[in-house]
Design a binder for this molecule. Structure first.
Ligand code: SER
Length: 588
């Protein structure tokens, strides 16, 4: 079954069950500045989940275009996408758990003909905010889910909320057993090994979480379900990955034909990012150095870097866009309608970035020749920084090229130079340069924000008296020193990781403001050596209003939203000096 047929079956099924089919909202939210893109089908419906009357009634269904930016760095594996389509159905104070579960089961087993033994479900295990969801579990038993196929999990797995506050509730997730061997005796739906793939999520939205973390009951009970179309498509087609479906395959095949160097993950990144970029541009997005424009710019630039990795002529990009639009236009006629705009925006951005790459590469070659003549084998940090600052050449590309020529790169003080330069440029209020910085050095910037999160997490997990004693960032890892009187236990390390990743997943905003030093200190901002700062300082805060989780004096740069950081993992914890411990961590 093709994706478009699955979409149509889904909508028809819910129409038959008295749902009104509503159109997909544009990817760029109309009246909601709190998110960059629509991230879920429920997002445009929030007012109605809170009790406002929807003009189409109390039963709705749609397909919604979504972009989730926190998954950018996961793309390249077999299932992550930044753009995806979510099929959804809603009850706005109408039916609840029993009927929702019965309909989901009927659609999956009858319409989509999934054998019942392939289905596993999870339900909420219960805690102080909400009881164990035996209603959902019983509803599953009643429709015929097999014994042993129901699992109970806590809030981490079976509770859904978009962001930090808002309508939320326990959910029941439906998994498909791919038939792959279990990864071990503990393998179960929550496991990430790939045996079980989540295909549908039914949220029973009857709570509201406020800024203080309190839950109250909503005026009405709602159901909000979401089924990822790309996933259900590859599952039903018995394919290994989303990239093997007709949504991506023609483009992947074309890339295979054009490439001179083989890389499966680069092909996937090109195909995925190009699709996202086309969808965003089609809905009115344009590349820039700010917010959603910046996300789009990153998508396009990352795609171009991977085209380069595959050694595909960038002049082929226009044809690739045409092929892609032809591949998808049946599902998204707007792509065909906006073909010229999509092409010209992407090609213009390509030209800009290609120039940066070309100039930088020329300069790099000069540096490499000079070094070789001098009999040296290392690019020093000043040269690395100069390539970055003057030519906008990202350090990770310098490193790639250096490796190809057997040269080493010393990046040990890169961060320091970066900060010094930033300080100077701020003093000279050279806004243009700042704009340039914002578009490169992505990895270091992410690490930089991750150090703030780790600093905040240490205070919660280990001790409120933990403070930063030093840090060092390269494109490959971060090092963070803090005062502490003991070796961290495994449990502490795990909790730190969990907390930092939770904040990353919540995609919290990162805000900067300039204030007097005394004012900053009074406001409780964290700071390592207060006397080293000038009278006017910049303070970075992470979190939502009313729930700021980190506030630090800092020169930046930082990501705009924590979701950009990627996954945070502690690699090592060791002694640094007396009373000071050191954590080495990476983001992936
Ligand atoms: N809102 C839920 C999700 O995004 C279900 O639609 O998964």
């Amino acid at each position: 079954m093709k994706a478009i047929d699955i979409r149509n079956k889904y909508l028809k099924f819910f129409e038959k069950h008295n749902h009104k089919i509503i159109p997909s909202a544009p990817l760029i939210p109309e009246n909601d500045s709190s998110v960059l893109f629509n991230t879920a089908g429920m997002q445009p419906l929030v007012p109605y989940l809170l009790g406002e009357k929807h003009p189409e009634g109390t039963r709705l269904a749609d397909y919604q275009k979504c972009v989730r930016t926190n998954d950018i760095d996961e793309v390249g594996d077999n299932r992550h996408c930044t753009y995806f389509e979510m099929l959804g159905n809603w009850s706005l104070g109408d039916y609840f758990k029993d009927e929702s579960i019965a309909m989901s089961f009927e659609l999956l087993t009858k319409e989509l003909e999934i054998p019942v033994e392939k289905l596993f479900v999870t339900v909420f295990a219960g805690d102080e905010d909400c009881p164990r969801d035996e209603v959902a579990a019983n509803a599953w038993k009643k429709v015929g889910i097999l014994d042993g196929h129901i699992y109970y999990y806590g809030k981490d797995d079976n509770w859904w909320i978009a962001g930090e506050t808002g309508p939320c509730g326990p959910d029941t997730e439906i998994f498909y057993d791919t038939g792959k061997p279990a990864c071990g005796p503990d393998c179960q739906p929550s496991c990430d090994c790939g045996k079980y793939v989540e295909i549908w999520n039914n949220v029973f939205m009857e709570f509201f979480k406020d800024e203080n973390g309190h839950y109250s009951k909503l005026k009405q009970h709602n159901v909000d379900t979401g089924m990822g179309l790309e996933r259900i498509t590859f599952i039903l087609q018995g394919k290994e990955t989303v990239f093997d479906t007709e949504l991506f395959a023609p483009v992947i095949k074309q890339l295979e034909k054009m490439q001179k160097v083989d890389s499966i993950s680069s092909r996937r990144i090109v195909a995925e990012h190009l699709r996202s970029s086309m969808m965003i541009i089609s809905d009115g997005g344009r590349p820039s150095n700010l917010d959603r424009g910046y996300v789009l710019r990153r998508l396009i630039r990352r795609m171009i870097r991977h085209l380069n990795k595959l050694e595909i002529d960038l002049n082929e990009l226009g044809n690739l866009v045409d092929l892609y639009i032809d591949t998808l236009k049946e599902m998204y006629p707007e792509l065909d309608k906006n073909r010229d705009t999509i092409k010209s925006v992407i090609l213009e951005e390509k030209d800009k970035f290609a120039k940066t790459l070309e100039k930088g590469e020329r300069e790099f070659n000069k540096v490499a020749d000079r070094l070789k003549q001098e009999g040296k084998d290392t690019i020093d940090v000043k040269t690395l920084f100069n390539l970055y600052e003057t030519y906008g050449f990202p350090p990770e590309i310098t490193k790639d090229l250096a490796a190809e020529q057997d040269l080493k790169v010393d990046d040990s003080d890169f961060e320091k130079l970066f900060k010094e330069h930033q300080e100077k440029s701020r003093m000279g209020s050279d806004q243009k340069f700042k704009g340039g910085l914002a578009s490169s050095g992505e990895i270091e910037t992410k690490y930089h924000t991750a150090t703030h999160l780790l600093n905040a997490a240490l205070k919660i997990v280990v001790s409120p008296d933990c403070h930063q004693q030093g840090s060092n960032i390269t494109a490959d890892r971060m090092r963070f020193d803090f005062n502490c009187d003991h070796k961290l236990t495994d449990e502490e390390k795990q909790k730190l990781e969990e907390l930092v990743n939770k904040w990353i997943e919540e995609d919290l905003p990162v805000e900067v403001e300039t204030m007097k030093k005394e004012e900053a200190v009074k406001s409780g901002a964290e700071c390592m050596f207060i006397e080293k700062y000038p009278d006017l300082v910049t303070v970075y805060s992470i979190g939502n209003k009313g729930n700021i989780i980190s506030k630090e004096l800092c020169g930046g740069p930082h990501v705009k939203h924590t979701g950009e950081i990627g996954h945070f993992t502690i690699k090592k914890e060791e002694s640094s000096s007396a009373g000071v411990r050191r954590i080495k961590a990476v983001i992936e």
